[in-house]
Design a protein around this ligand. Structure first.
Ligand SMILES: Cc1cc2nc3c(=O)[nH]c(=O)nc-3n(C[C@H](O)[C@H](O)[C@H](O)COP(=O)(O)OP(=O)(O)OC[C@H]3O[C@@H](n4cnc5c(N)ncnc54)[C@H](O)[C@@H]3O)c2cc1C
Length: 272
């Protein structure tokens, strides 16, 4: 079985502060980490490999410094690590990012064989769009299962997988076929400590670099000028005043209270 995990290097959000004068993030001195959801995707891929045997590859698109995240992935039990890095990718939006990652994944498939399960985090803690995984799955035209909290069963003969995923009202279990794309929640597993042999192997490993020269990536689909999303303005939202919680016991009593007091409440708020 071949599993491919998409990981993103992000600034450690717990240490990022906002400059309220300029409305920008203060990134200086902030350590870069693997996006927390992606670490769980790596852990899940390694657990599946340990149970069913196979190979785990990871890929990240980012600057050369993202190599450190790939080395950390190798220390968690990953077998192959790829850095997709080229100046033409700078400023790519989610459409361009998912295109480049899809093209990079196709190169890995050429080198290491077909992928059965693609995994990513449910979202990145910096960009937060949750669009990259679905964007890649759509390009491969394969089943996509988002917000996974457990892999219940894998049947290698039938090439099927049962996944428990979060939905608004709780959770649902669905079965799909390989190849498929899964985006994971943190609940899916607990990350184990890296064993010493993996740490040593990771420290010695060389990371394979993918770019526009050694892949079939079309540079006219990447980068800021080829990204349809345009950021018109970035600003810090004004602090909202805390509202008052209205709870009159039952839902019906609360609704009755709101209905009876809506006019005076709106007047108090200066809305009418
Ligand atoms: C107009 C515009 C310009 C931008 N310019 C820049 C820029 O100059 N520099 C910059 O760093 N960002 C830039 N970005 C942000 C960049 O587009 C996003 O970081 C990227 O598309 C991923 O989206 P996201 O962070 O919302 O990830 P999500 O879609 O929330 O991520 C979901 C999952 O996809 C995977 N994933 C996401 N990104 C990567 C990646 N790079 N490699 C591997 N796996 C990944 C991870 O598993 C992650 O958990 C720009 C965005 C826009 C809209």
């Amino acid at each position: 079985m071949h599993l491919l995990v998409f990981i993103k290097q992000v600034p450690d959000a717990s240490q990022v502060r906002v400059n309220y004068n300029t409305g920008t993030l203060i990134r200086e001195g902030v350590p870069a980490i693997i996006n927390p959801f992606d670490k769980h995707a790596i852990e899940e891929a390694v657990r599946i490999k340990e149970k069913f045997s196979g190979t785990v590859s990871v890929i990240t698109m980012g600057p050369p410094m993202a190599e450190s995240s790939l080395k950390e992935a190798l220390s968690m039990g990953v077998d192959n690590a790829y850095l997709l890095s080229d100046r033409v990718f700078a400023g790519s939006d989610t459409l361009a990012t998912s295109y480049a990652l899809w093209a990079g994944a196709k190169k890995i498939i050429e080198e290491k064989g077909d992928v059965d399960i693609f995994l990513s985090g449910k979202q990145a803690i910096d960009g937060d769009t949750a669009q990259t995984g679905p964007g890649i799955a759509t390009r491969f035209d394969i089943p996509l299962v988002t917000y996974a909290i457990a892999i219940k069963d894998i049947d290698l003969k039938k090439r099927t997988i049962e996944i428990v995923r979060l939905i608004e009202s709780g959770a649902e279990t669905i079965e799909t076929t390989f190849p498929c794309f899964i985006t994971v929640e943190e609940e899916i597993n607990k990350i184990r400590y890296a064993p010493l042999p993996y740490l040593i192997r990771a420290a010695r490993a060389t990371i394979k670099i993918l770019n526009t020269k050694n892949t079939k990536i079309d540079s006219s689909k990447c980068g800021l000028k080829n990204s349809p999303t345009k950021v018109k303005k970035a600003f810090t939202p004004q602090k909202r005043e805390r509202g008052e919680m209205i709870n009159k016991g039952s839902m019906q009593d609360t609704l009755n209270f709101l209905y009876e007091n809506i006019e005076s409440t709106l007047k108090d708020m200066g809305k009418i």
